[in-house]
Design a protein around this ligand. Structure first.
Ligand SMILES: [Zn+2]
Length: 131
């Protein structure tokens, strides 16, 4: 990843910043240029809730080279409170304990190092909420 692209994505990666349509209120994550709800091009920044539920997941055994040392790991689709869905790694879990609808929250973690650009990337991962 080029460093300029990385810097551009920092608000999403680090602050879970979504684009909230000022026309209809729909949240878009990642932010987009045109609302698919009403066609508006006007957005304001909105921070996504960190809590949600696990919709589905898969265990990755054969990963791209930059993640090969982490296998096996879990990638899931999370629906945050409010309805935004995103794909992310599900960390600190045994896949056997995962369930559809399990409560999760997003935490901030190291994602990978990009040695070519000399960047350590951070971002969000989901973990199970254990009450
Ligand atoms: Zn809209």
């Amino acid at each position: 990843m080029k460093s300029a692209q990385y810097i551009r994505e920092v608000p999403q990666r680090y602050r879970l910043e979504a684009g909230k349509c000022t026309g209809c209120g729909k949240l878009h994550f990642p932010p987009r240029l045109v609302c698919d709800g009403c066609g508006s091009r006007e957005f304001e920044a909105a921070t996504l809730p960190r809590q949600g539920t696990l919709l589905t997941w898969t265990v990755i055994h054969a990963a791209p080279p930059q993640f090969s040392l982490e296998t096996p790991y879990v990638v899931g689709i999370v629906e945050l409170d409010g309805g935004v869905r995103l794909t992310c790694q599900v960390a600190d879990c045994d896949p056997e304990e995962l369930a559809v609808g399990a409560p999760v929250e997003l935490v901030f973690r190291r994602i990978k190092e990009d040695n070519a650009a000399d960047i350590i990337q951070y971002g969000y991962k989901a973990v199970l909420r254990r009450e």
